[in-house]
Design a protein around this ligand. Structure first.
Ligand SMILES: [Zn+2]
Length: 295
């Protein structure tokens, strides 16, 4: 497993230091905050219906534990699109303690030491990128739409064009996300991946077993906010494999891509899961920064 579990009081997070050396790269769990109900307790998102004051306190808690200055953090809006933004010092603090101000962006790239790239997650795949030669980092929010649109490869491409990154130098880690064990989808979603690989050859789609509901959905939550295919979808979608293939297509070495091995929908004791909760839940945070700068 790629992430090392760390704990400070009730606050639990996963660190990707072993695979991304010289970089801070973490994923926060759901414990150690002050939010209540479906957002209990460390919800980091303002847009999900939680109390704004609670979310702000939760973010402050995370920054304090990780020794991050809010004024150095950038968090974008994330719209399940495929837009990539390169950010510099001018963006420091944007979206750090309030609702997002950097609209329509699902991937952030920077070469500024100490600038902290942040993202919010509840099942979507957090992809951390690091170019140790050019000293460039990236953080990608890859849900099924962004994955189908190749956001991971687009982000690598932006690093290549902007900073002269050689993809074969890059390291990538994928944090906790919904796994194929729990991510059942219908033909509407599957179609987006067939168009990439062809109906017969898509390795990231496997037929779901007939009559067997996806792991953990029995008697929990409800259909509210959940897409209609959650229980009936004919396919299991492997978002991690799909993103891995995009990274390899962009030129990364297979051996330099790792994932956490943790499914957010299997482990709602540790993480928020949009699918497993029926849509009303909080968001965990992913953060990455280049070491060496004041953060
Ligand atoms: Zn699972």
């Amino acid at each position: 497993m790629a992430g090392v579990r760390r704990q400070l009081g009730e606050f639990i997070y996963w660190s990707f230091e072993p695979v991304l050396p010289e970089v801070g790269a973490v994923f926060t769990g759901r414990h150690g905050g002050v939010s209540e109900g479906p957002f209990a307790t460390l919800n980091l998102a303002f847009h999900v219906g939680d109390e704004e004051g609670a979310v702000r306190r939760n973010r402050e808690t995370v920054y304090r534990h990780l020794n991050l200055q809010p004024g150095n953090v950038v968090i974008a809006e994330q719209v399940h699109g495929a837009a990539v933004a390169v950010v510099d010092r001018r963006y420091a603090g944007v979206g750090a303690l309030g609702p997002p101000e950097l609209p329509n962006v699902d991937a952030l790239i920077t070469a500024v030491p100490g600038l902290v790239l942040g993202g919010l997650f509840a099942d979507c795949v957090p992809v951390y990128l690091y170019d140790p030669v050019r000293q460039v980092i990236g953080l990608i929010h890859a849900g099924w739409r962004g994955t189908a649109a190749g956001i991971a490869a687009r982000a690598v491409d932006v690093m290549v064009r902007t900073f002269g990154t050689r993809p074969e130098d890059c390291l990538a880690a994928m944090g906790p996300a919904i796994g194929p064990c729990c991510y059942r989808v219908g033909d509407d979603v599957a179609r987006a991946f067939w168009s990439l690989y062809g109906a017969d050859g898509c390795p990231c789609l496997k037929p779901a077993e007939e009559g067997r509901p996806p792991h953990g959905t029995q008697g929990r939550g409800g259909p509210r906010g959940e897409d209609s295919s959650a229980r009936t979808g004919r396919w299991r979608l492997d978002l991690l494999l799909a993103n891995r293939r995009w990274l390899v297509a962009a030129g990364l070495r297979e051996t330099r891509i790792v994932d956490s091995g943790l499914c957010t929908a299997c482990r709602t004791d540790l993480f928020f899961s949009h699918r497993r909760s029926g849509g009303r839940t909080g968001r965990c945070g992913a953060f990455i920064w280049l070491a060496g700068g004041r953060r």
